[in-house]
Design a protein around this ligand. Sequence first.
Ligand code: HEM
Length: 387
Amino acid sequence: MEAFDLYSPAIDANPFPYYDVLRERHPCYWSESGKLWILSRYHDIVQAARDWETFSSSQGNMIDELPGRAGATLGTTDPPRHDRLRALSQAAFARKNSEQLVAPTLEIADRALARICEQREFEFINDFSSQITVGLLFRTMGLPERDHAEIRRKVILAVSTDKSVKGRTAEHIAAFQELSAFLTAEVAARRAKPTDDLITHLAEAEIDGDRLSEREVVLTTATFVMAGVESLSSFMSMYALNLHDYPDARRRIVADPALIEPAIEESLRFNTSAQRFKRTVMREVALHGETLRVGDKVALAFGSGNRDWRKFPDPDVYAIDRRPQGHLGFGSGKHFCLGSQMARLVTAVAMRRFLERVPDYHLTVDEIAWNSSSNFRSPAALPFAID
Ligand code: HEM
């Protein structure tokens, strides 16, 4: 059996023992299933993420790339194009002060928690985390509420992979294309009638007379929607799961909510939702006795670097006092997550409210079902009951 089959259900569920084998025995590992190299040690990942001239994002950063993304959005370009896209996106983001997200997050959280406390049994992702992330993102983007459930379904499909075909199916690709078509219409509507929302800000962003093209606005919006809906909701779910699995940590946070933020950093280290991203080799590299040739694909396994004992002592211990400086939960280098500040703030505000209302909860199933994805790791559902 392959030491690391990217499409194995066992790796979706728990990649960490497999990462241990890679880091210790095959730090530069050729994955036959993914047809790419996997870098698993902290130092190698950080070096590669920094060295964009050798490890390029321009041919896509998703392991199973979606059509039309490569070379057209900030996650899939190198400098100088990336610098330009990043600066324009940041200019659009900066027009919304992240503190403005607090009131809507609390409002959505309170509405969700009223239902949860009445029901006593709930599914965390559907009933809480994605209510917040989809609701918030759609408000920030000015997208109609009636489309929430359908857009979320499309996003989940677009980031999923299929084990039997070891990649994306026509259904996954169609979901991404439908999402892009929906956003193309929304971008056109904002161009015709600008409002005070993120899509308008992206369309209007201008530096020295330079603006994003129509396609760049659509693909950047799609990146925000996918990251905002999926990465953030999945991360919040992992955080809730960590606090379930480590009740001492949860009790300490309930007693002292100032610990929410350090615990978020530890969860980002311990099990980020964004486990692996792709690069393409632009000049030959020798690494750990292997030769990576021009055109080879490489996965930077951020989730593995976060468990490397060379960087983090006792890496498999979940310790909310750790304050893991330099963790890779949001990536590293030029492509460090643009939404990291927003993700931290929204998780802290929402989870603080959640723990005030639901300080004790337990899983109602013995086994969690996990989504199938070559990049991300997330539970498909977290059925909890209030104690
Ligand atoms: C906890 C939730 C999140 C996690 C774990 C996460 C993780 C990541 C990671 C690992 C990368 C690096 C990808 C690479 O190296 O190729 C990234 C990039 C990015 N993320 Fe996030 N993300 C999260 C939330 C968000 C949110 C809420 C947004 C925006 C609404 C966002 C927008 C982006 C963008 C635009 C990039 C590309 C940045 C660039 O290439 O310059 N992310 N994210």
